[in-house]
Design a protein around this ligand. Sequence first.
Ligand code: UDX
Length: 475
Amino acid sequence: MEEGEEEQVTVAPPHVLIFPLPIQGHVNPMLNLAELFCLAGFHVTFILSHYAYNRIHHAVTARFSTYPAGKFSLRSIPDGLPDEHPRAGARVLELGSSLKSSAKPLLKQLILTHQGQPSVTCIITDAFEFVADVAEELRIPFMFFRTFSACSFWANFCVPQIAQAGEFPIQGMSHEEMDRPVRSVPGMEDILRRRDIPRFWRVNCDINLAKQTMKSAIQESRRAKGIILNTFESLEGPILSHIRSHLEPTRLYPIGPLQARLLRKPNSAGGGGGFWKEDNNCMTWLDAQPDDSVVYVSMGSVTELTQTQLNELWHGLINSGHRFLWALRPESVVGSETDDRMGQGQGQGLGRVVGWAPQEDVLGHRAVGGFLTHSGWNSTLESIIAGVPMICWPYFADQFINSRYVSRVWKIGIDMKDVCHRLTVEKTVRELMEKGEKRDDLLQKAYCMKQTAIKAVNNGSSFDILIQDIRSIII
Ligand code: UDX
C-alpha cells in the first residue's frame, strides 16, 4: 500500500432472519420490511410455516425475483397443525403454541445452515419467546416486530393497572355501563371506555394472571435489542413516549407506515403474498363506478362472521342504497351455505362480492369513498394512506382499541363496535357516504392524516436508525 493511502475495509452486508406468525396480517408487514431491507442491500431469510409457504411461495418468489440472487431466501418449517386445522377466528391462537413445539428444534438448525448466505446477523420475529431463547443461545441479537398499533400495545401493557383499579371484570353490563370510561391507562384517561377493552380482557380478568402475563411481556420485550412498530410519531407520539419510558434501554423503532415507505421506493416490487387468490376483475368493476361512490367492505384474514351478522351487514348495505365492493373471504362465514340475497344484490348492480381483493389498489381507486373494516392494523394504515374514511366494526384483539382511536382521537371514521343491526349499518353507511357535515369533516381529517403519513415516511429517521443499528451489529 502506498503511503497516505487508506486501507479499504469491505464490510459484509447484514443478514437478517425474519420469522412472523404465519398469518396474513403478520406476514404482510414483515414482507414489506424484508423488501425494504433488500433495497438497503441486506441479505434476508424469511421463514414461513409449510402451510403458509404452500399458499404464497410463488407470489413471494416472484415479488423478490428482481433482487440479486441470494439476497432473499424463503424457507419453511412445520407449524405442528394438520393442513385442515382451522387457522381463523379464535382458533388462530392455537397456531402460536403449536408452532413453538414444532418449530423450536428446527429453528436452530435452519439458522446455522444459511445456504450460501453470510451468517445471520440479526433476527426479527413476532413476540415468540422461543425464538428469543434460540437467538440468545446462538448469541445473535434479536428484535420483536409487534404488528399492532402502539395504542393497543400500550393498553395491553397496562392491564394490571386496569385490574388493580377495579375496572375489571367487564361482564354483563348495560349499554350505558359499557360506555363508562376506563381511567387507569396513562395517556388514555379520556379515551378508553369499557367497550374498547378487547374481549379477551373484558371477562373475568384474574389480576394475578394479568400481572404475571404483562410482567413477562415487559420482561420479554426488554430482552430484545429493539421493538419495531408499524406506526409513526405524528400518529401515536404520546403513546410511544409512554412505551419508551417502560422499555428502556430497549430501543423503540416506529418505522411505519411500511406500506407507504415501500410505495416511495422506485425499485420496489410491492404486493405479492396474498393467502387467497386475488380477484382483479373487481378493479374493472370499480372503473365503471362514479368517483367516491363505493363502500369497500373487508374483515381481513382472520375474522369469522355468523350467518346473522352476514345478513345484517348485507341488508344494511343494500338498504343504504350505496354501491359496495365486499371482499368476503372463502369459508369466513360460519355454517354458511350459498346465499341468494347476495346474488340479488349483485343483480341490482349495487354490490359486488369477491373472495379476496387487491386491497391496497382498491382503497387507492378513485371510486372508493369509504371502508367498512374490522379495524385490523394493516387495514387501518392502508386506509389512512389512501385517505379513505372508515366505519369500524372490530372483531377481536387490538381492533377494539384501533377503532376507538380512529373515531375518537384521529376522527377519521365512525366506530360501530358491538352493534350489528341492519338499521344501524344503513344509518352509518349513509352518514359515511352522503354529503353533509359529518362526511365533509371525515374527508378533511382523512386527507390531513394521509399527508401526515406521507411526511412521516419522507422523514425517515426511525427507519434510518434501524438500518444503521443493524449495520452496526458485530457478532
Ligand atoms: C391480524 C389482526 O387481526 C390484526 O388486528 C393485526 O393488527 C394484524 O394481524 P387481519 O385480521 O388479517 O390481521 O387484519 P389486517 O391487519 O387488516 O390485515 C389484513 C391484510 O390482508 C391487509 O394487509 C389487507 O390489505 C390484506 N387483504 C385483506 C387483502 O389483500 N385482500 C383482502 O381481500 C382482504
